[in-house]
Write a protein that binds this ligand. Structure first.
Ligand SMILES: *[C@@H]1O[C@H](CO)[C@@H](O)[C@H](O)[C@H]1NC(C)=O
Ligand SMILES: *[C@@H]1O[C@H](CO)[C@@H](O)[C@H](O)[C@H]1NC(C)=O
Ligand SMILES: *[C@@H]1O[C@H](CO)[C@@H](O)[C@H](O)[C@H]1NC(C)=O
Ligand SMILES: *[C@@H]1O[C@H](CO)[C@@H](O)[C@H](O)[C@H]1NC(C)=O
Ligand SMILES: *[C@@H]1O[C@H](CO)[C@@H](O)[C@H](O)[C@H]1NC(C)=O
Ligand SMILES: *[C@@H]1O[C@H](CO)[C@@H](O)[C@H](O)[C@H]1NC(C)=O
Ligand SMILES: *[C@@H]1O[C@H](CO)[C@@H](O)[C@H](O)[C@H]1NC(C)=O
Length: 353
């Protein structure tokens, strides 16, 4: 574009004005406009309006971004389409910057000439940026006892405050008040969801979650010995906690329990295994071992299926029987631990092979 020589001169004059080191007394209070303007704070993506108050003595006006001229009078110098002139009147000279981004932040200067005397007024454009998590650890699976470190990085303006929370009904407060979360010697109770939050007061916090899986070897919960009358049903149950889920195997004495035998059903789920004898026979009584295994190890427990003699025809519930026999696990008197016949009340007798 052809630029009139006066514009060059004027531009040069403005440039000199703003490239001059600070401290040069270019400000004066008399024009009214040049007293320190308030900073302009806008959110990223919004429009910023830069206003400059002028009066009738003003002969030339311009807005500059640092040392770059954006507008002089009605002439646009900036090639940025987001910069538009809003008003150029006797009292006000304003421009608008649309769709503001963080790189627009900085000092903008309104420059006016009054009586051949240049005066400037500076305004800081402050761009606020909502918090955004830019980097976060992936979901992980670790073995119990490992050290875990999670990281969460975020951007935003003002600088977001980052913290970590453990999402558990029992957890209180933050587990970390910065971008790093360090867990030394993680326990299985510490597995679950961890949430990183990045917050500033520009908009709602940015929140993301990381799932931490803690692997551990099987742990068999307390088992119960089971009594069942001949020809009745008997159920052995073995509960195990493990991550990854355990695989179960049953042994009777040293032999693997055949799961395909008629009259026997073995059901395995994620955290328990159940053996059902639909029609308990003499050979079924005995000492069973439940073995729970996963990649990290194994654990076993023994469960005894013992015979109950029904001396009356009243159908006894297995639950009652089991309750009566729980002492076999160790709380009981010596008589109950003896493998043989013991009277319990008047209705049943125990017989352990
Ligand atoms: C405007 O912002 C600048 C830079 O952030 C700061 O130094 C100055 O104190 C602010 N002025 C006002 C009036 O807030
Ligand atoms: C202001 O200047 C900066 C630095 O040169 C530039 O990145 C930005 O786009 C400019 N903004 C406007 C609205 O001219
Ligand atoms: C876990 O961290 C502790 C303390 O920093 C260190 O002593 C230990 O060796 C670490 N353990 C592993 C498995 O890296
Ligand atoms: C066993 O697993 C089921 C479903 O996977 C779960 O609801 C239950 O709480 C678990 N039991 C134990 C003792 O962990
Ligand atoms: C249980 O097994 C015995 C011996 O094999 C048989 O006589 C009896 O009929 C069976 N009872 C049922 C309910 O299947
Ligand atoms: C059952 O078997 C296990 C392992 O084979 C053994 O440790 C345990 O003492 C046995 N229980 C009884 C009551 O014999
Ligand atoms: C049961 O566990 C003990 C000790 O952990 C081990 O020595 C034994 O071999 C296990 N039994 C079976 C049947 O896996």
């Amino acid at each position: 574009m052809g630029i009139a020589p006066w514009r060059w001169l004027f531009a040069l004059c403005l440039r000199l004005l703003f490239l001059v080191p600070a401290g040069v007394p270019v400000r004066s209070g008399d024009a009214g406009f040049s007293k320190a303007m308030d900073n302009v704070t806008v959110r990223q993506g919004d429009s910023a309006i830069l206003r400059c108050a002028v009066d009738s003595r003003v002969t030339r006006v311009a807005w500059l971004n640092r040392s770059t001229i954006l507008y002089t009078g009605n002439d646009k110098w900036s090639i940025d389409p987001r910069v538009v002139l809003l008003s150029n009147t006797q009292s006000q000279y304003s421009i608008e910057i649309q769709n503001v981004d963080s790189y627009d932040e900085g000092a903008y200067t309104c420059s006016v000439q009054t009586d051949n005397q240049p005066k400037t007024s500076r305004v800081h454009l402050i761009v606020q940026v909502p918090p955004r998590i830019t980097e976060i650890s992936s979901n992980i699976a670790v073995n119990e006892g490992s050290n875990v470190s999670l990281v969460c990085m975020a951007t935003g303006k003002p600088e977001p405050v980052i913290n970590w929370r453990y999402l558990s009904p029992k957890a209180r407060g933050f587990v970390s008040e910065d971008e790093y979360l360090q867990i030394i010697g993680i326990t299985k109770e510490q597995s679950g969801q961890y949430e990183c939050s990045a917050a500033n007061d520009v908009s709602a916090p940015d929140v993301r979650r990381v799932k931490v899986t803690v692997n551990y070897p099987p742990y068999i919960l307390e088992t119960l010995n089971i009594g069942a009358p001949l020809g009745h049903q008997g159920v052995l149950r073995c509960d195990a906690l493990a991550v990854p889920a355990a695989e179960f195997k049953w042994y009777k004495e040293d032999k693997r329990l055949s799961e395909s035998r008629r009259g026997v059903k073995v059901e395995n789920s994620e955290n328990f295994s159940r053996v059902t004898f639909f029609n308990v026979s003499e050979q079924d009584y005995g000492n069973y071992t439940c073995v729970a295994t996963n990649g990290l190890g194994q654990s076993n427990a023994s469960i005894i299926l013992f015979e109950i003699f029904q001396s009356t025809s009243s159908p006894l519930l297995q639950e009652e029987t089991t309750a009566a026999l729980t002492p076999l696990k160790g709380r009981a008197g010596a008589s109950c631990l003896v493998f043989g016949k013991t009277r319990v009340g008047s209705v049943l007798e125990l017989h352990l092979p």
